[in-house]
Design a protein around this ligand. Structure first.
Ligand code: COA
Length: 162
């Protein structure tokens, strides 16, 4: 069975992430989405909430698993015996960071290969940071996130949690 992990912050999960995951399922039999932390970013949602939302989005999909990890992704891969990591690439601006991260990850765990998937042409301009910014200023983010994420964010804003 061909297995892969798809790590990211998923803060929040977007339609772009879903597109990458769905297309990757044509190559891999089982994909584990690993909700991890990026020290570069300020978060909108707590890690447990992100995990819960990602689980809800893929509910009923047997080939998609969801996990949370607070350490290095390559340690997760080693612990779970994973040999493939999927990352989405949107634009040339993503390349340098992804290239360096893949190179560092290779040093940390030479048994793992990183597979880059081109983001779908309808999604290349989407980013979680932009969605967070739009949401914080009252913009409509509904085209860019799954309906249950939009619903949860609206509820949290109404309750004064965001
Ligand atoms: N369509 C649209 N947008 C997409 C996309 C797609 N297909 N794929 C990714 N994105 C966006 C995300 O929304 C996100 O936007 P943002 O930068 O504005 O938040 C950005 O692209 C990248 O997000 P994501 O794929 O979720 O990854 P990330 O860069 O937030 O996560 C980790 C990086 C968590 C994988 C990385 O920090 C990590 O591995 N952390 C653990 C520690 C570690 O091992 N570090 C590496 C070794 S030092």
């Amino acid at each position: 069975m061909k297995r892969a992990i798809y790590p990211g912050s998923f803060d929040p999960i977007t339609v772009g992430h879903i597109d990458i995951l769905e297309r990757s399922l044509s190559v891999f039999d089982e994909i584990t989405i690993v909700v991890a932390s990026s020290s570069r970013k300020t978060s909108l949602l707590q890690p447990d909430e992100r995990v819960e939302l990602v689980k809800d989005v893929f509910k009923g999909k047997r080939r998609v698993k969801v996990d949370r990890w607070d350490g290095l992704i390559m340690d997760y891969a080693r612990e779970r015996g994973s040999h493939a990591v999927i990352r989405g690439l949107r634009a040339a601006s993503d390349f340098e960071y992804e290239f360096m991260m893949a190179a560092m990850n290779k040093r940390l765990n030479p048994d793992v290969e990183t597979f880059f998937m081109m983001t779908g042409q309808n999604y290349f301009f989407i980013s979680s940071s932009m969605i967070k910014e739009l949401f914080r200023y009252g913009g409509d983010i509904s085209p860019y996130v799954p309906p249950l994420v939009w619903k949860r964010l609206k509820e949290k804003r109404k309750a004064g949690d965001l």
